[in-house]
Design a protein around this ligand. Structure first.
Ligand code: ZN
Length: 679
């Protein structure tokens, strides 16, 4: 599972803060005059992150980071190809023009062409990374032919047997024809999902055939099922449906071989035997493509809690497949932030206290809570599906039976959220949507800390709390289950973030942190998250539904006592919290009800909550929010470029690994295309 940052929900809301309490660890380590925000185009902003603490790692840990980072970059072409079968050809074509076009580079059309190329780089393909819709290129097909013809030295990716005259119309239709590959992942269940999706996990098979293929494979009595179909493309050849498996001797073999080359080096500098075994298993998995080996790898990985350096590298998340089976390749290399991890360890080790004191019914509480292993990490390199658009937290592995028997690792990527916060400084968002100066200042002072603590409580405790009654089916809440589950975890966090216990435990300096979180949550849930919705539409995304559900329910229930006040100034709407303690009680009441719904599997009550409070948008307010937001000119999506690691050698021996912070998005993309493409 990936936790994605909704920019307006957390990132953009924090303004400058030099207070004594804020992000203590980073403040000491990160250089203040670092330029986080690099550029902005279309709906995207490009940022970069610092890697505080890297210099303090041992030489072997630095080498390990270097090797794993190389392995992370080697999978870049895999994700382009998985997203859509012609993405690599499109990218190569656009890059050839960008590098070698001999005509004018100053006009508006050329600038639009460059923006299109940057969007393709950012999304790892021709579809929007979030909406999944194919991009409108923003320039004319005629101009595109002109560009290709004006690039006589371009080394265009001609397909087998193709001449340049055939290549031009072929490429033009891929980029411009709205009928060709309109959506990367379609979730419109009135259609054949496989055929309606442009992602490259199926070829020549229908949804029915794909489902039949895997249903036949599965054994319903298997307690430890492999993740069927995870690392393959399903194709029909000579009338036979079959898998093209991703492994050294098969699909993506060249890239996987190179990844293994670096993993072999990483193995030699592993921090301990456990980590060495983890890396060896991963190498074996890429060599064989055997999903049993993959499970063994995950069991080893989740048990490696002592290593400072850690990584994700593999076919991991299945959001890119409309059938939710096939995984995209991703990588994150990181090391533990020792100071900040103390915070999550305190929370984890007090898990039982939180469970016992939550406002839920006793029958729905766990007698014995196991704290999730949670840590705060510093990211040192992003790759594949985590680059440039990255999650802010990861909870793995995904296989249910492994999570149940061996647990899972939950990580918060704090140098990434920190970079988001810093990049958002002074963008005017808070000033536009907060009613009072006090609120703005509180957010500046405590916002980052509040956001991090909310995430900790949500992840380490919220999801793991409570239990189902004996006869309740885990699937009882059906299509409402994910929205309700996120509601539950958020409420758990909200309830406790205003609890004195947090101060007693030494993880929060004052209740002002909780108030900052309440301000943000309500403002976002009732108003600012609407900036992500198109005019006239309702809310579909599960996290957004949950946030509005909580905010609106509390607004309504507290109306008589004016707990949350809706007010206006200069024709602008604002929401202001008048009574924080009452609001906390309301969060507690809703938590008790949502826990009851989950524990009893009360589908009707769950449906009623989501449909009544989570879905419908106040269209007048929505219009107002959109127009206020537009004036701020803030890109709603963001991503990061990587630092570069360089080996420092003396007499043929590695004596150090240097880190270099890059600042040019296009340059990094061109470099990666040149150095990390394997055929
Ligand atoms: Zn969650």
């Amino acid at each position: 599972m990936k936790h994605i940052l909704f920019l307006f929900v957390i990132g953009l809301l924090f303004s400058a803060c030099n207070s004594e309490v804020k992000m203590k660890t980073e403040e000491q380590k990160q250089t203040e005059d670092f330029n986080y925000l690099l550029e902005q185009f279309a709906d995207i902003k490009i940022m970069r992150y610092q890697v505080p603490g890297f210099e303090d790692l041992s030489l072997d840990q630095k080498k390990l980071t270097y090797y794993l980072s190389q392995a992370a970059l080697c999978g870049r072409d895999i994700i382009f190809d998985q997203n859509y079968k012609n993405n690599l050809a499109v990218r190569a074509c656009l890059e050839e023009i960008y590098k070698n076009y001999e005509g004018a580079r100053t006009g508006e059309s050329f600038q639009n062409f460059v923006v299109y190329l940057k969007r393709v780089w950012f999304s790892n393909g021709i579809h929007h990374h979030y909406s999944m819709d194919k991009f409108d290129p923003g320039f004319e097909p005629e101009y595109f032919s002109e560009l290709m013809k004006g690039t006589p030295n371009g080394n265009f990716p001609l397909q087998e047997g193709q001449t340049l005259d055939e290549f031009i119309p072929w490429m033009t239709s891929i980029i411009f024809d709205p009928e060709v590959a309109p959506k990367r992942v379609s979730l419109d269940s009135s259609k054949d999902l496989v055929k309606a999706s442009a992602c490259n996990f199926y070829e020549g098979v229908s949804q029915k055939e794909a489902e039949a293929f895997y249903t036949k494979m599965k054994d319903p009595n298997d307690d430890t099922p492999i993740s069927y179909g995870l690392n393959s493309k399903l194709v029909k050849r000579d009338g036979v449906v079959q898998e093209e498996v991703y492994y050294e001797g098969g699909k993506y073999g060249a890239a996987l071989k190179q990844i293994n080359f670096w993993l072999e080096k990483a193995r030699t500098v592993a921090e301990n035997n456990q980590q060495k075994a983890v890396i060896e298993k991963l190498i074996e998995f890429y060599k064989t493509g055997d999903l049993k080996v993959y499970d063994e790898y995950n069991v080893l990985w989740v048990s490696d809690l002592d290593s400072r350096i850690d990584f994700v590298n593999g076919f991991t998340e299945t959001y890119g497949d409309p059938l939710g089976m096939k995984a995209t390749w991703e990588s994150v290399v990181n090391f533990k932030d020792m100071e900040a991890t103390k915070r999550t360890e305190i929370i984890s080790s007090n898990a039982q206290w939180f469970e016992d004191n939550s406002p839920t019914d006793k029958r729905f509480k766990k007698d014995e809570v196991k704290g999730v292993s949670a840590k705060v990490i510093t990211v040192s390199q992003l790759g594949g599906d985590c680059y440039p658009s990255t999650p802010i937290g990861i909870n793995l592995p995904n296989a249910d039976w492994i999570r149940k028997e061996h647990g899972s690792k939950s990580v918060t990527m704090e140098n990434i959220t920190y970079a988001y916060d810093r990049a958002a400084l002074g963008n005017g968002f808070l000033e536009e949507f907060c009613l009072t100066q006090e609120e703005i200042e509180r957010s500046g002072k405590y916002g980052s800390m509040a956001g991090n603590l909310h995430t900790d409580l949500h992840e380490c405790l919220g999801h793991g709390s409570g239990q189902l009654l004996k006869d309740t089916s885990p699937e009882a809440l059906k299509n409402y289950s994910s929205a309700l589950e996120e509601t539950r975890a958020d409420l758990f966090a909200l309830y406790y973030i205003l609890d004195k216990k947090m101060i007693e435990l030494g993880i929060m300096p004052s209740l002002e942190v909780g108030k900052a979180e309440y301000d943000r949550y309500i403002r976002n849930g009732l108003m600012t998250q609407l900036t992500r919705i198109l005019p006239g539409k309702d809310i579909e995304q599960a996290h957004m539904r949950n946030r509005q559900l909580i905010s609106k329910w509390c607004y309504e229930k507290g109306m008589d006592e004016n707990v949350i006040e809706k007010t206006s100034r200069d024709n602008k709407t604002y929401f202001k919290i008048n009574d924080y303690d009452k609001l906390r009680i309301l969060f507690g009441e809703l938590l008790a009800e949502v826990q009851r719904i989950k524990s009893e599997g009360d589908y009707d009550a769950g449906k009623m909550l989501v449909e009544t409070y989570g879905v419908k948008v106040d269209h007048e307010l929505h219009r107002e929010v959109l127009s206020r937001f537009e004036k701020l000119n803030i890109a709603p999506y963001g991503g990061f470029i990587n630092p570069t690691f360089q080996l420092v050698e003396e007499n043929g021996e590695i004596i150090n690994v240097a880190i270099k912070y890059e600042d040019d998005f296009a340059a990094q993309m061109l470099k990666y295309s040149e150095q990390y493409s394997f055929k």
